[in-house]
Design a protein around this ligand. Structure first.
Ligand code: G3P
Ligand code: CA
Length: 404
């Protein structure tokens, strides 16, 4: 519990100074916030995850920290990649035919550098590269932004902890980051976190689990972890937050992608909130506009699990858009992204009149002025909840919506 020692020291210092401030963490104090704002995957809602395009936006979004997922290349370099394979976030199927389903760690760094890690999100991001852990320093260190390093699928990446430690020992900027309390290790894998802290003892540890376990399991975790993170949609509200905090661990929630759920996370007293839209979270916290380019086209509803099949013709899963302004708005070329950037588009020509609705379907059907069918051949809208970001054809973010 390295962080707890920091908390104790800070609490004492504030008491001596007669401050009425609430001691939280070094991150929170630096940002004058009562919580830590974490840009998930480098802020992967605004631009392709963990690329130059995403990281370059961080200073303007004002997160405290960016989260990155680390795996090993075949030649042992810690690289930034979330999925086990490269299929979702690169053009591996085109560049290396026959290897698209192969694990990330079967590709050398030189091979990974041949991939386009941006076009999958949108053509406007063509040419983005796969980056390494060390690359992250250039984007965060000059701005005092922290890094949550997630050891992603460490069982499939043996030696990843030593490789991360080696990277940190090779560049003195990492020592500065650690000394400034700007590095944290996170993982779903407890054994990996324990191996990591044995090699690099200073950074705090966040154990992540998709649900909140029993009090007994939490209490055991609190003997070695500083923070526990879980999915906000599986959370039993304030009760679970209290159970986590009762152990002495801080409470982290992921991945909160609409102003409503961000506010709920803040109201619950979570210590750390992870979001793909850290700028929106900064605005929610400060009372600003979380979607500054909003134009009145908003998500009214998501019908993710209609009676029958999600992809049935005419009446399958869909998003309902509406226009809350008093003017007709053209929406041709608008696109809707879920949290992992499955994209539904709006065809052409389409507009929405004031108060009217446009239903954007995943499956097949007969287009009409109020219905547009993507006919993707696969379902997209998660029946267990997800988020939808609405972008114009020129990539202005106009709405953020989450459903359960
Ligand atoms: O660390 C919390 C969060 O990043 C876990 O979700 O799937 O993005 O790694 P995932
Ligand atoms: Ca992650």
């Amino acid at each position: 519990m390295k962080r707890r020692r920091v908390l104790l020291a800070t609490t004492v210092a504030l008491a001596i100074a007669g401050s009425t401030g609430v001691a939280t963490t070094a991150f929170a104090e630096e940002s004058a916030r009562g919580f830590v704002n974490v840009a998930h995957r480098g802020g992967g809602g605004y631009a392709p995850e963990m690329t130059d395009a995403a990281f370059s936006l961080l200073p303007s979004q004002h997160p405290d920290v960016t989260e990155v997922d680390v795996q090993l290349s075949a030649d042992g370099v810690p690289v930034l990649m979330h999925d086990a394979t490269l299929q979702r976030t690169t053009d591996v199927a085109d560049v290396f035919p026959g290897r698209a389903a192969d694990l990330v760690n079967t590709f050398t760094l030189a091979e990974l550098k041949q991939l386009d890690a941006g076009s999958w999100y949108h053509d406007r991001f063509a040419g983005e590269e796969v980056l390494t852990l060390d690359d992250v320093l250039d984007y965060v260190q000059p701005h005092g932004i922290g890094v949550f390093i997630e050891l992603k699928d460490p069982a499939a990446n043996p030696g990843v902890e030593q490789a991360i430690a080696d990277v940190m020992n090779a560049d003195p900027r990492w020592a500065d980051m650690i000394a400034d309390d700007l590095v944290t290790f996170t993982s779903f894998d407890q054994a990996s976190l324990k191996r990591m802290t044995a090699l690099q003892p200073e950074p705090p540890l966040v154990w992540v689990n998709s649900t909140v376990p029993s009090d007994t399991v939490l209490a055991e975790a609190a003997t070695w972890a500083d923070e526990f993170g879980t999915h906000y949609r599986t959370l039993n509200g304030a009760t679970d937050i209290a159970r986590i905090k009762a152990t002495g661990m801080r409470a982290m929630l992921y991945t909160l992608n609409s102003p409503d759920v961000m506010q709920e996370g803040l109201d619950l007293g979570a210590d750390t909130l992870i979001t793909d839209f850290s700028g929106a979270l900064s605005a929610v916290e400060s009372g600003g506009n979380p979607v500054p380019q909003a134009n009145g086209i908003v998500v009214k509803d998501v019908v993710a699990d209609p009676p029958g099949s999600d992809l049935q013709p005419e009446t399958g899963e869909h998003v309902v858009l509406t226009n809350v302004t008093s003017e007709r708005i053209w929406v041709s070329g608008y696109y809707l992204n879920d949290a992992v950037i499955n994209t539904l588009v709006v065809g052409s020509p389409y507009y929405i009149d004031p108060g009217a609705e446009l239903r954007v379907y995943t499956g097949p059907g007969t287009n009409s002025p109020t219905k547009y069918y993507n006919d993707l051949g696969r379902n997209v809208l998660n029946n267990n909840g997800d988020s939808i970001a609405v972008f114009t054809s020129w990539h202005a973010l106009v709405d953020l919506y989450a459903y359960t």
